[in-house]
Design a protein around this ligand. Structure first.
Ligand code: AMP
Length: 191
């Protein structure tokens, strides 16, 4: 069976976004990234964007209420019928609980929670490279450190939530992009 409803977890800089892009291209499903949606809201200066901007730049988390509303609205759109790759949501226990509710209201189940594992040195190097290439406002040193702490404290515990549901698939995110993508394909199946 090929997984098409996939949730991605991993520390900042683990390569989630890159591998999510590869997966959606291969599976033909939408890439749902709360980080991308929030950055678009900031750029468009919407109410949500105005509230999220400073929080994002500091490396802290935007409120569960805001991101849950964004994710729910996006997941309810018709193009998710073929599946989706959810990237960056949930990040906290309340968000994971909300997602369980959203999916059950939509009458769908996740096929897999894909966790990309990395060591911190590799992550820091990758984030520094990304800062040079993309100039993301939240890739300064303090913010990177804050995002690592937030991940360890609030997001890493979710691995257990998905392990207990029998959904957790752990893949090493260290290595060339194509190698990591091949490992993911081997574990999740191809269409
Ligand atoms: P990302 O692109 O996924 O690394 O997200 C960039 C930033 O957007 C994060 O550091 C948070 O400030 C915010 N963000 C994205 N997704 C979430 C979420 N699920 N919960 C809270 N904040 C989020």
């Amino acid at each position: 069976m090929t997984a098409t409803r996939i949730l991605m977890l991993g520390a900042p800089g683990a390569g989630k976004g890159t591998q999510a892009e590869k997966l959606v291209a291969r599976l033909g499903v939408p890439h749902i990234s709360t980080g991308d949606m929030l950055r678009a809201a900031v750029a468009a200066e919407t109410e949500v964007g105005k509230r999220a901007k400073a929080v994002m730049e500091s490396g802290a988390l935007v409120s569960d209420e805001i991101v849950t509303a964004i994710a729910e609205e996006r997941l309810a759109q018709a193009d998710t019928a073929s599946g989706f790759v959810l990237d960056g949501f949930p990040r906290t226990a309340p968000q994971a609980h909300s997602l369980d509710g959203i999916l059950s209201r939509l009458n769908v189940k996740l096929d897999a929670c894909l966790a990309l594992t990395v060591d911190v040195d590799a992550v820091v190097e990758r984030l520094q490279r990304r800062a040079e290439i993309e100039g993301r406002a939240d890739d300064n040193t303090d913010s990177v450190r804050r995002r690592m702490d937030v991940y360890e404290e609030q997001t890493a515990p979710l691995l257990e939530h998905y392990r207990s549901q029998g959904l957790l698939v752990e893949v090493s995110g260290v290595g060339e992009i194509a190698e990591v993508a091949a490992s993911i394909e081997a574990r999740l199946g191809s269409p």
